[in-house]
Structures are given as C-alpha cells and as structure tokens.
Design a protein around this ligand. Structure first.
Ligand code: FAD
Length: 434
C-alpha cells in the first residue's frame, strides 16, 4: 500500500491471535502487505495431510460469537470438523444448592459455543494463510523496534531470536502488532506497563474419560478449593465420553496430585467434581500453568499495538481469553480497513486510539466478568456462599438475568465490528512462504 515501507504491517507472533489477525487482514483488507514473524519453525512440507485428533489434544472453548467471526473469515466449516458443540452450560457451587443451567435452545441457536482442538485450529489457520498473500518469517523473532516519523522500523532476527542464530535485518512498516503471548518479551522491552494479579493458584489441564456421556454439556463448578471446568471434547460414542478438564489448585495440592498415579488422580477428581458425569475412568497427560490476571493500561502507541495474550491474560476457567482477543482483532481490522480506505497512515495514534476506544468496553466488561466469577466463587465464608446460592438460583429463575449471562457466555452482547471481507482483489501468494 505504501511504497515507502518494506511491508505495511508486521505481526510479531504467529500463535492463535497473530495468525487469525493475518487471515482477517488478508480477507478484509487484501491490498495491505502483511508479514508474520514467528519464532517456531513452520514449513509447508511439515503440515500433515490429515489430522487425527489425539486423546491428549489441548483445546479452547470458542463462544458462539467466535464461531460467527470464523464463519465470516471463511474458516468455520473447516474448524467445525474437530469442534464439539456446547449445547448446555451447567454452573454450580460444590456443597451448596445453587445452580444455573443455560441451553442453546433458549437462545434459538444450535450451540452456546464449541470446544476446538488448538492444534487443529493452528493447522487450519496456517493452511488457509498459505492461500493468501501474507508472508511468513519462521523461525525468526522480532527483537525490537524503533519509531520513525512515518511508521516503525522492526528488527527481525533469524532463528528463535536468542542471538545464537546469526543474522538480523530491519523491516520498515506502517505498524507493528505485538502478538507474542502472555510473557511478551516485546511488551517488556518497549516498557508497556503491566498490571499483574496472581490468583495464587495453578490450572491443571488434562482430558478425562467418564462413564456417562457429557451430552454436550460444559460444567463450571466452583469449589472451596477453587473453580474447575469440564468441557465436552469429542463426539459422544457408545460407552465413552471425553471432557477437557481445567482444574484450579494451590501449589501444594497440585504437587501432591501430580505425584499420584492416574487412578488416584481420578479418585480425587471424583471427590471434587461429583457424579454428574458418572465415574472418571481415565485421565490423560497433565499440564499446568500458574494463574494470573494480566492486563495493560494502554495497548497502543504510535505505530504499535498489543493484541491477544500480550494485551490480556485471563483465568482460563471462564474460557474468555481467546474469545475476547478475537473480538479485539476484528475491532482492529475494522479500523485498519477504514484507515486504508481513507488513505490514513495505519499506525497513526488517531487510528489506533479509535480501535482502543471501540474495544475498551468489551475488554473491561469481559475482564471484570471473568475475574468476578473467580472472586465471588473463591470465597469460602458462609455469607458469601449463601449469596452465591441465591445468585445462582436467582439467575436460574430470572429470565432477563439468565439471558444476559447466556449472551455473555456466548460472546455476544457487545458491539460487533462492521468489517466486510473483500470478495475480490486478493493478493497472489507471496514467494517467502513457510
Ligand atoms: C490453560 C489455558 C486454557 C485456556 N482456555 C481457553 C478457552 O477455553 N477459551 C478461550 O477463549 N481462551 C482460553 N485460553 C486463552 C488462550 O489460550 C489464549 O488467549 C490464546 O492462546 C492467545 O494466543 P496468543 O496468540 O495471544 O499467544 P500465544 O499462543 O502464546 O502465541 C504467541 C506466539 O508468539 C511467538 N513469539 C513469541 N515471541 C516472539 C517474538 N519475539 N517474535 C516472533 N514470535 C514470537 C510464539 O512462538 C507463539 O507462537 C486458555 C489459556 C490457558 C493458559
């Protein structure tokens, strides 16, 4: 778009957020030149021809609103091949009577959301990107940037960016999008202020099989030791059912649990979760993450914008992190599309501030929604427990409140960006493909 620059937009990080943004730009503003820099190696030859879901595959809960976005980007039918619909959500408080149930049919939709394999999502995104004009540098890392009068100069190191891999080059661009994840080295390097609130807990992630079918139900269960979620994962076949577990635990309990064999892990899980899914038969490979709420005060500066986990990391039990990121990406694409059509510099503060202003309310509300679920349900005092019971029962009985809660869980209710994928004029695939 601008011949004064090597490229129009550099995206640092080709994870779920960076790759989705690249695809959305390729679809909606095909005249822009987009370069994705990703530290992990990526090669077209390395992409498997067919995908076999594994029992241990990690997954993400996509809200209904995220399905609509992927539909708009022409990716949903492919993603749906390995996505399990969530038709019901059951929220309960262990040891108390309150509970609320949400049903897709109450919202006249086929699902409230979906559980999609992360690896499958990554594969679909990369395959689709190969058909666009987006260029990739991988393995390579953005190591820094310098503001310029008309944009930015971005430093790209070959290899994983640890200085051991030799050469580096400077790319000029109108704008740098930082999508390098929750531990964003670039965010730190550029001095963006980060607010961190440690929950003092860890999330244990694993897939579990149960004797009772999940019936496409996502369970969010709050216990005195922390919240847990069990999401339907995989088709419900005869006599088997798999759910994706997110279980919050303090460090001591986590260490103790990890030292146990699978049968004992299942027994402890049973004691925590109860029998709604029948007997826990098997638990797969366990991974774990320390939990923090991480947000930035400002996500834009002239020529630079933070997206995805680099901008916010939420508690995974509410399953909102990527869904929020996706809505933010679409809000950014909307403003970049508008700026491009009006010939405005893409990295100008006016353009990026407009993006921030449009996304801020959704961002604030979702962070609050997610955090307050954990705060409210993390209290073990009797008064708080009684308030929760009343709250959950009230939510179940009050159609208006329940509908609001349902729309929040579905990733709806906020402003929807007015982006329009272009139907023609897509770029020829560029030469430097993975
Ligand atoms: C346990 C857990 C469960 C979750 N469950 C859900 C859920 O159910 N629903 C939901 O909506 N969200 C969920 N999330 C959140 C979701 O996983 C994240 O929002 C999502 O992965 C964000 O991806 P990202 O692209 O921002 O970051 P990442 O996935 O971390 O990607 C960052 C990428 O940048 C690359 N990179 C790093 N540094 C550089 C550099 N200098 N130059 C170039 N490349 C670089 C990395 O190699 C990586 O590929 C969950 C998170 C966790 C931890």
């Amino acid at each position: 778009m601008s011949s004064n620059h090597d490229t129009d937009i550099v995206i640092a990080g080709g994870g779920l957020a960076g790759a989705t943004l690249a695809l959305a730009l390729a679809r909606c503003v095909p005249e822009l030149r987009v370069t994705v820099v990703e530290s992990f190696p990526l090669s077209a030859q390395a992409l498997p021809d067919c995908y076999q879901p594994s029992y241990d595959a990690r997954s993400t809960a996509l809200a209904w609103g995220s399905r609509l976005i992927f539909d708009q980007l022409g990716l949903w039918s492919r993603l749906a091949e390995h996505a399990t619909p969530i038709r019901h959500i059951h929220v309960s408080d262990r040891g108390h009577f309150g509970a609320t149930r949400l049903h897709a049919s109450d919202h006249q939709q086929e699902a409230l959301g979906y559980v999609a394999d992360n690896r499958w999502m990554g594969l679909c995104l990369v395959r689709e990107l190969l058909e666009t004009g987006v260029s990739w540098r991988a393995p390579a890392a953005v190591t820094g940037m310098e503001p310029r009068q008309d944009g930015v100069r971005v430093f790209v190191g070959e290899g994983r960016g640890d200085g051991e891999d030799g050469g580096s080059e400077a790319l000029t661009a109108q704008c740098l999008v930082i999508a390098d994840g929750g531990r964003s080295g670039l965010r730190e390097k550029l001095g963006f202020r980060v607010n961190q609130q440690a929950y003092g807990q860890h999330a244990l992630i694993a897939n579990v099989s149960t004797s009772k079918h999940h019936d496409n139900t996502a369970y969010e269960r709050f216990t005195d030791a922390g919240p847990m979620a069990l999401l339907p994962h995989g088709p419900t076949g005869q006599g088997e059912s798999t759910s994706a577990l997110v279980w919050t635990l303090d460090s001591e309990t986590l260490d103790d649990l990890l030292a146990r064999n699978d049968a004992e892990k299942c027994r402890r899980l049973q004691a925590r979760f109860g029998w709604r899914l029948g007997r826990f038969i098997h638990i797969g490979e366990c991974s774990h993450y320390p939990l923090t709420l991480q947000t930035v005060d400002e996500s834009v500066r002239p020529g630079v914008v933070l997206v995805g986990n680099a901008a916010h990391t939420l508690h995974p039990v509410a399953g909102q992190g990527f869904n929020l990121a996706l809505r933010g990406l679409m809000a950014l694409v909307e403003q970049l599309q508008r700026a491009a059509s009006q010939g405005q510099p893409l990295g100008s503060l006016a353009v990026l501030n407009r993006y921030q202003a449009h996304h801020r309310q959704d961002w604030k509300q979702t962070v609050q929604f997610s955090d307050s679920l954990i705060e409210i349900f993390g209290q073990s005092m009797p008064v708080a427990a009684a308030a929760r019971d009343i709250g959950l029962t009230g939510l179940d009985l009050l159609p208006g409140a329940k509908r609001w809660f349902g729309r929040k869980a579905m990733g709806l209710g906020g402003r929807r960006p007015g982006i329009s994928p272009a139907t023609s004029g897509q770029r020829e695939p560029a030469g430097n493909k993975p």
